[in-house]
Design a protein around this ligand. Structure first.
Ligand SMILES: [Zn+2]
Ligand SMILES: [Zn+2]
Length: 350
């Protein structure tokens, strides 16, 4: 008997090949990206695999053991990569809160990519959508709409959220090197892992007193450093809309939290940020710890970044009045149009 329906093994094989091609090229889908956009908005177990792999990989510390050097490397790599995510993926690519050179934006897109939160263009395009529709039904990671776990990690695994919405990030999608990184977002994590192993192996050979090995540095730098980095960032989508205080009466549920600011180098002032998203500074006062902003400021002193956008006086006046409304923030944006990107108001949402 003949049939047009492929057998189960051949369907599974085809699915596997498609998955591999998608790992390699995130803009690929045999039926086109629009078919993904229309697919059910639900957790895809295949997309959970890398997260499970990263978490289980931490268990390898049992085999590779501990050294102070490996621990210090894991902490340093956490800090540098968190800075790349918060200062560049978020404040630069998503909000254009300052300007920098094409080389710097590429460099930090690469460093950010090692955090395994996909490419800068995918990340920033989704984040712009979040600001435009915060806690509305279409918000892709609202804990109010879909629950805490979904807002934390579930949404990333949904096929519907897999495509990069280039129309939301046209201002950076004009750079082919950024599009390449974004499409092939597995290359940098693979190179990152291989580099860790190589450096650890070289240190074992030439600096044995450090007590590390290739496998040990790989496990601590690739797994142990990345998992907290991932959850720290994701907490801003989940916990920062649930836990903490509210200075401004925004139309969303964003909150301010010192604890989250410590973990994320300053992103914990999420209510401040939702009220006024265009500033490079999210801790609006000296006592609101914002390490990313301090580093951005230092980079501006040596000319590596410039046009660092401040918090307008009007926003401080509103803060003194315990916040008024988002309309006031929008009018403050208009006052600052001289330093706004041409597409900023429309694309960043307000
Ligand atoms: Zn938010
Ligand atoms: Zn933002």
């Amino acid at each position: 008997m003949t049939t047009d329906t492929p057998s189960l093994p051949s369907r599974m094989w085809r699915g596997f090949v498609i998955m591999l091609r998608q790992w390699w090229d995130t803009d690929y889908h045999p039926a086109g990206m629009d078919s993904l956009r229309q697919s059910p908005d639900e957790i895809d177990l295949k997309r959970c695999a890398p997260f499970i792999f990263l978490h289980l990989g931490c268990l390898f510390v049992i085999w590779v053991g501990f050294s102070w050097f490996a621990l210090a490397a894991a902490v340093a790599l956490y800090v540098v990569r968190m800075f790349a995510i918060t200062a560049f993926y978020h404040r630069y690519f998503s909000h254009r809160a300052y300007k920098t050179s094409r080389f710097m934006q590429f460099l930090f897109a690469v460093i950010g990519n090692t955090a395994m939160q996909r490419g800068a263009l995918w990340w920033a395009a989704h984040h712009r959508h979040h600001h435009q529709h915060s806690d509305e039904e279409v918000d892709v990671h609202s804990p109010i709409q879909r629950g805490f776990l979904w807002s934390h990690i579930g949404w990333i695994t949904s096929p519907r959220n897999f495509p990069t919405e280039y129309s939301r990030i046209k201002d950076f999608a004009k750079h082919p090197e950024l599009v390449f990184l974004n499409r092939h977002d597995m290359i940098i994590p693979l190179l990152y892992g291989a580099t860790l192993w190589l450096v650890g192996w070289l240190l074992q050979m030439y600096a044995p007193s450090l007590g590390t090995t290739g496998a040990q540095l790989f496990v601590w730098g690739f797994f142990v450093s990345t998992v907290p980095l991932m959850h720290g960032t994701f907490f801003i989508n989940s916990l920062a809309h649930v836990f903490g205080g509210r200075r401004f009466k925004t139309t969303d549920t964003s909150r301010n939290s010192l604890l989250l600011a410590v973990i994320t180098l300053g992103e914990g002032w999420h209510n401040n940020h939702h009220h006024y998203m265009h500033s490079a500074r999210q801790g609006f006062y000296w006592y609101e710890l914002d390490i990313s902003f301090y580093v951005i400021k230092m980079l501006s002193w040596v000319g590596l970044v410039w046009d660092v956008r401040p918090v307008p006086a009007k926003i401080y006046a509103e803060a003194r009045n315990q916040g008024i409304s988002k309309d006031s923030a929008a009018s403050a944006d208009a006052e600052e149009d001289d330093i706004s990107a041409p597409t900023a108001t429309a694309e960043l949402g307000s």
